[in-house]
Ligand binder design. Structure first.
Ligand SMILES: *[C@@H]1O[C@H](CO)[C@@H](O)[C@H](O)[C@H]1NC(C)=O
Ligand SMILES: *[C@@H]1O[C@H](CO)[C@@H](O)[C@H](O)[C@H]1NC(C)=O
Ligand SMILES: *[C@@H]1O[C@H](CO)[C@@H](O)[C@H](O)[C@H]1NC(C)=O
Length: 320
C-alpha cells in the first residue's frame, strides 16, 4: 500500500502549507456554512443533493418515494432544484454546541458570531414540500445500515450535520462514537461514526478529487510535483463499495490554485497531460467515477448520489 501512504503524506503536507494555515482556515470558517451545513437533513441529501443517479439506479430510487408523501423527484411539477431558502423559526434542527461531531471552526455561534438567522434557513422547492425530517423514522430506516460520504470538506460538513441531526433523537448520546476514537479534523482520511443502539455507521472518506493523487513520475518536468491519474479512481475506493448509501461530491479542489499552483498536473495512463484544461480533466475524472460505479456497485444493494458543486465555506462573506 505504498501509494496509499504516499498520497496521504502528500495531502497532509499540502494541507499544512501556508496556503491552508490554521489562521486563514479559522477566519474563513468563522463566517462559514451559510447555507448548506447547518440546515441539511437526510431528506435534503436524498432529494436535492444529487446531480444524477445512474440510469440503472433510478428505478430502485423511485420505488422508495412513497415514503416521502409530498415529495417526488419523478413528478414533473416538482423540481427540487428550483426554489428558495425560507426562514423557519422552528429551525435549527440541532444545536451545534451540543454536538461533539461539529468541528470547532464550523461552530459559528460558539466562535462568536452574533446574528443567528442563518441557522433558520429551510430549502423550499417551488412546487412541492419537503416534509420536515422525522429523526426517529430516519434512525429506524438506517438500522443495520452503512452510509458512506466521499469527497472534500463540503462532504465532511454534510456528514457532520447528518450525525448531529440524528443525535437529537437519542437519549443516550454516549452510544454514538467515532470508531477509532479520532477527533474530527480536516486532514484525516477516514472517519466513521457508529450509532451503536441502532447498529449503523455513517462514514466519511476524504477524497477531494475522487481519482488517484500520486507522486510525480521520476523523469517528468521539475514543476510537476504530483499528478492526478484521471483514469484511476482513488485507491481507497474499495472501502466504499459495500455500503447501503454512497454519497459523493467533488468540485472545490478543481481550481488552478489547488492543482497547478501546488505543482499538481494531470496524467492519463502513463502520459502526462500538461496542457489539459481543468474542466476537461474534471469531466474525465467524473467519467472514471461513473464507470467505476457501473462496474463495482450493486444497484440492488447500494443507492448512489453525486452532489452538485456547492458554495464553498467562505463565499459571500464579509471580510473579517
Ligand atoms: C446551544 O447549546 C448551548 C450549550 O448547551 C447553549 O448555551 C445555547 O444557548 C444553545 N443555543 C441555542 C440556540 O439553543
Ligand atoms: C403535504 O402537502 C399538503 C398541502 O400542501 C400539506 O397540507 C401537508 O401538510 C403536507 N404534508 C407534509 C407531510 O408535509
Ligand atoms: C448489525 O448490522 C449488520 C449489517 O450492517 C448485520 O450483519 C448484523 O447482524 C447487525 N447486528 C445486529 C445485532 O443486529
Amino acid at each position: 500500500m505504498s501509494s496509499y501512504n504516499r498520497s496521504v503524506s502528500f495531502k497532509q503536507r499540502a494541507a499544512s502549507s501556508p496556503r491552508f494555515s490554521r489562521k486563514t482556515w479559522v477566519s474563513n470558517l468563522f463566517c462559514a456554512l451559510i447555507v448548506v451545513g447547518s440546515i441539511v437533513s437526510f431528506f435534503f441529501v436524498i432529494g436535492c443533493g444529487y446531480l444524477y443517479v445512474l440510469p440503472n439506479l433510478t428505478h430502485s430510487f423511485h420505488d422508495r418515494e412513497d415514503r416521502f408523501s409530498n415529495f417526488s423527484v419523478s413528478d414533473d411539477t416538482c423540481d427540487v432544484f428550483d426554489g428558495n431558502w425560507v426562514l423557519d423559526d422552528s429551525y435549527p434542527l440541532y444545536n451545534a454546541s451540543e454536538c461533539p461531531f461539529v468541528e470547532q471552526g464550523f461552530n459559528c455561534l460558539d466562535n462568536g458570531r452574533t446574528d443567528n438567522d442563518y441557522i433558520k434557513w429551510r430549502w423550499k422547492p417551488k412546487n412541492c414540500v419537503i416534509p420536515r425530517v422525522n429523526v426517529q423514522r430516519v434512525l429506524e430506516m438506517l438500522r443495520n445500515k452503512r452510509v458512506v460520504f466521499v469527497g472534500d470538506s463540503m462532504s465532511r460538513t454534510q456528514w457532520e450535520s447528518l450525525i448531529c441531526l440524528l443525535m437529537t433523537g437519542l437519549e443516550d448520546k454516549s452510544t454514538v462514537y467515532e470508531v477509532n476514537g479520532n477527533k474530527i479534523t480536516k486532514q484525516i482520511r477516514f472517519l466513521g461514526v457508529r450509532f451503536s443502539s441502532f447498529n449503523f455507521t455513517i462514514e466519511f472518506y476524504r477524497s477531494v478529487f475522487l481519482v488517484q493523487h500520486y507522486w510525480a513520475p521520476k523523469h517528468g518536468p521539475r514543476r510537476v510535483r504530483s499528478t492526478l491519474k484521471l483514469d484511476k479512481l482513488d485507491d481507497i475506493s474499495k472501502e466504499w463499495i459495500d455500503s447501503d448509501v454512497l454519497i459523493f461530491n467533488s468540485g472545490q479542489w478543481w481550481v488552478p490554485g489547488k492543482l497547478f499552483g501546488m505543482g499538481c498536473y494531470f496524467q492519463v495512463g502513463n502520459s502526462l497531460k500538461l496542457g489539459m484544461q481543468i474542466t476537461s480533466a474534471f469531466r474525465t475524472a467524473i467519467n472514471t467515477w461513473a464507470s467505476w460505479v457501473d462496474r463495482k456497485i450493486n444497484p440492488k444493494r447500494t443507492r448512489v448520489f453525486f452532489r452538485t458543486f456547492e458554495p464553498s465555506h467562505w463565499r459571500y462573506c464579509a471580510v473579517l
